[in-house]
Design a protein around this ligand. Sequence first.
Ligand code: GLV
Ligand code: MN
Ligand code: MN
Length: 423
Amino acid sequence: MQTPRELHFGTEIILRAEQLAGHSDDPDGLTVAYLTRAHQTAGAEIAGWMIGAGMQVRIDAVGNVIGRYAGRQPDAPVLMAGSHFDTVRHGGRFDGRLGILAPIVVAQHLHERGERLPFHLDVVAIAEEEGLRFRTSFLGSSALTGQFDFGWLDQPDAEGVTLRAAMCAAGLPGTEEAIAACALDSRRLLGYLEVHIEQGPVLLERGLPLGVVTSIAGSVRQRVVVTGVASHAGTTPMPMRRDALVAAAQMVLAVQRRCADPRDAAKSLVGTVGMIGVPEGAANVVPGRCEFSLDVRAADDATRDAAVADLEAEFAAIAARCGVQVRCEQTMRVPCATCSPPLMRRLAECIEAAGLPVFALASGAGHDAMMMTRITDVAMLFVRCGHGGISHNPLETMSADDADLAARVLLDFLRRTAAQVGG
Ligand code: GLV
Ligand code: MN
Ligand code: MN
């Protein structure tokens, strides 16, 4: 069945992404941290769109917004499609949001045609994936998959507000019981589909609008704390200093060196120090403490774990040379995830039917889909990024025509899944 000509899903997706970007914690760039006012109003806007698309909406105990485009039978199985709506600081308007908006406009199309499916289509706007406010990446999908770590509830944000207090302030119950109840019943699930901007240059360089994701790189994150001795900047002779920042600077360079090892390039090893700080630092004090974040990823867990082990050993050697102490705390560990071959084949058929070449690629970025592989079959459709493939940057962009193709492939995917499920 063809989509009516006049309907351009892509234009609708771009317009809604712009409107959604109007909710921001920061007027100078798109920043939506978990459970801030902008986060809550963005969630409410998405819920309104879901209702407009004929869905019943519920908000779970961690703030995930779930819209159900009900299937023909109340006891039908569930196909879930979605992604996250939080952002990094000064992020792009499509990262995560495309994977929510595409299924909403497709559901709206089905609703307007009165077309029902033999399964419930649950569109999930996941409340938190980026880990911007708390050290809790994948918070939303952790709750959906029953993997939420209750220890997170006592974790403070930069202002000292705990996660539990932030939940209660946002009107969520903030109880372990309510969060445990967010877990989906995997027996009802047919699978999870995430449409996401590629966030890299591969499709752009090949002149392809869409790609089928094969696997998602796993990541390890650490908080590294270096402790030296704070002392007077004017009176402490250089050889007597135990400067935590000088030691940390050498550790950052060690990350760069180790992760740029050409022997690991084929395994897409990457390492990043994205945050570094001297708590209570001052211009006239030798830094006594320095903290930094470490994020290491690779196409396979063994390559990544070997690099992390080498870095820990190197950090210890640097600390000994500099007369400081170092402590590495793991804040996140997500194994590499593999997409489902049957769902990848179905996506490939849809891409082919749209008259496009089928191209498969691995994802270097993390996605909620990684968590969802723990409970169900997962597929991911990547969409070409403009501006050289840049993402986690306000320059992130995509074209309305590419968004349109992605939505049409998604619609075809739903119909092909319907044909398989029958009923
Ligand atoms: C999410 O954007 C990640 O890959 O860190
Ligand atoms: Mn992101
Ligand atoms: Mn994302």
